[in-house]
Ligand binder design. Structure first.
Ligand code: PRP
Ligand code: URA
Length: 208
């Protein structure tokens, strides 16, 4: 597995906005989407292109295009939903799947409640999005569910990750590509990322 850590100052600046507890729901949601665009630009840099024939106002030429329908975006519910529009801003025709997982508050282990993926998932580049990679349990289960249904070319994008989560995901799924906005220090006793940003789902949707 390859892990890419984002270094762009725009991404770092926007992550600082997310971290502030004074950032309200509206701004939080907007900035999550903006970071998804910036990270998506990086994560999709190896998309296949094919040459098509087009006519410019000056002459006919061959020019590269991507087949956006070959891309599937898969948010891990709920918080991953906040990143979907960022990827769609880059590739509007992408198909969208959903994986529903929540962390049991006692065990911190993920509990699956939903999985629906686009057809022909084995032929698509799949971008799984979830802002937080903490213990890695949710990410590991999400990727396993996709693989069980035939998915192979899998990229995972998380805005903030803990070292424990990166290590666990690398060990369980060494064949995927992981993109991390920032690697934080550690997990606390409640398996929250420190310094982190709190509960991403609650901050995106304004719940408690
Ligand atoms: C959060 C987050 C990840 C998961 C990460 O979801 O969005 O899915 O926790 O934790 P892990 O790496 O330890 O599994 P949560 O369970 O809070 O659900 P929500 O998005 O519905 O709030
Ligand atoms: N999920 C979150 O939303 N935040 C954390 O810090 C850990 C898991």
């Amino acid at each position: 597995m390859s892990v890419s850590y984002m270094t762009h100052p725009l991404i770092k600046h926007k992550i600082s906005i997310l971290r502030k507890k004074s950032t309200g729901t509206n701004e939080f949601r907007r900035v999550v989407e903006e970071i998804a665009i910036l990270m998506g630009y990086e994560a999709l840099s190896d998309l296949q292109t094919t040459e098509i024939s087009i006519s410019t106002p000056i002459e006919d030429t061959m020019s590269p295009v991507i087949n956006g329908k070959n891309l599937a975006v898969v948010p891990v519910l709920r918080a991953g939903l906040g990143m979907v529009n960022g990827i769609l801003a880059l590739v509007p025709p992408a198909k969208i799947g959903h994986i529903g997982l929540y962390r049991d508050p006692e065990t911190h282990k993920p509990v699956e409640y939903y999985c629906k993926l686009p057809e022909n998932i084995d032929q698509r580049t799949i971008v799984v999005v979830d802002p937080m990679l903490a213990t890695g349990g949710s990410a590991i289960d999400a990727v396993s569910l996709i693989k069980e249904r035939g998915g192979r070319k899998i990229k995972f994008m998380s805005i903030i990750a803990a070292p424990e989560g990166v290590e666990a995901l690398m060990k369980a799924h060494p064949d995927i590509q992981l993109y991390v906005g920032n690697l934080d220090r550690e997990l606390n006793e409640n398996a929250y990322i420190c310094p982190g940003l709190g509960d991403a789902g609650d901050r995106i949707f304004g719940t408690i």
